[in-house]
Design a protein around this ligand. Structure first.
Ligand code: GLN
Length: 262
């Protein structure tokens, strides 16, 4: 090989290396399960965070995750699964992120990492209009059956013992979707539903004869769940969230779905 050819090869190699380094730093090869994709698990029956509009899943979480994916140069893929399978799926490497109006809790932190908080929620109590349950204390003290969405914080709080502020397992009826619990409330199968405040408002607005108690049950922070071994993705998503917070995108998305109360 003459020296010119060697030089050409060397130059090509250097260029290729520089190119692959550049590709690495922008695309972060191997950061997600499938190259170029961000696979998000959610349960799309939780308006206004995630719900179907025709065939498409939309809502606050869908839009925030889309904005994060755009920042990271990834294609967002949303999978609609049962809420109580999201953490396990993130943990086992089935999904890159769990984004489902998910509350950060100590026990979930044993299984997954959470990104920075992008929204807050409150546990609300829905009852039938005219119900004798007029506040949380009445609900806890009476012999009432409470409907919850399986595996949610509403379920966890309510299923705990009376001493711990719940009503105990025996008085809790679990449903796969929040909406199923609301249907049970309307047919009188349960006396109250404990669920996050924004879905509670959406369910009450969509169904006659329901009301939300004034007294809230618990305040919570929402964040995205990420596999504990994927620090790179956690840092990348947190970086994207910080930028989206700073430029007002997060606020704009949230107020689009939850207009400020006047
Ligand atoms: N915020 C609640 C939780 O994390 C409910 C979330 C949901 O039902 N999507 O448990």
């Amino acid at each position: 090989m003459n020296s010119f050819a060697k030089k050409v090869i060397a130059t090509v190699l250097t260029a290729a290396m520089a190119f692959s380094f550049a590709a690495c730093s922008t695309k972060s090869e191997g950061m997600t399960i499938e190259e170029g994709k961000l696979i998000m698990a959610t349960n799309a029956f939780f308006p206004p965070y995630e719900y179907y509009e025709g065939e498409t899943i939309t809502g606050i979480d869908a839009e925030i995750a889309q904005a994060v994916a755009d920042k990271l140069g990834l294609e967002l893929v949303i999978e609609d699964v049962s809420f109580d399978s999201i953490i396990a799926g993130v943990q086992s490497g089935k999904y890159d992120i769990g984004c489902a109006g998910m509350t950060v809790t100590e026990s979930r932190l044993q299984s997954v990492n959470f990104t920075s908080t992008y929204a807050t929620g409150i546990q609300s109590v829905i009852v039938a209009e005219g119900s004798e349950i007029t506040d949380v204390d009445t609900l806890l003290a009476g012999d009432y059956i409470v409907g919850v969405q399986s595996g949610t914080t509403g379920d966890i709080y309510m299923s705990s013992s009376v001493e711990d502020g719940g009503v105990g397992e025996d008085r809790v009826d679990r449903y796969a979707r929040g909406n199923d619990a609301v249907v049970a409330l309307m047919s009188g199968k349960v006396d109250a539903v404990v669920i996050d405040n924004e879905p509670a408002k959406a369910f009450v607005a969509a169904n006659e004869g329901l009301t939300i108690l004034d007294t809230a049950y618990a305040e919570e922070d929402y964040a995205m769940a990420i596999n504990k071994d994927n620090q790179e993705l956690l840092d990348a998503v947190n970086g994207a969230l910080a930028e989206l917070e700073a430029d007002g995108t997060l606020d704009a998305i949230i107020t689009k779905y939850i207009p400020a109360e006047s």
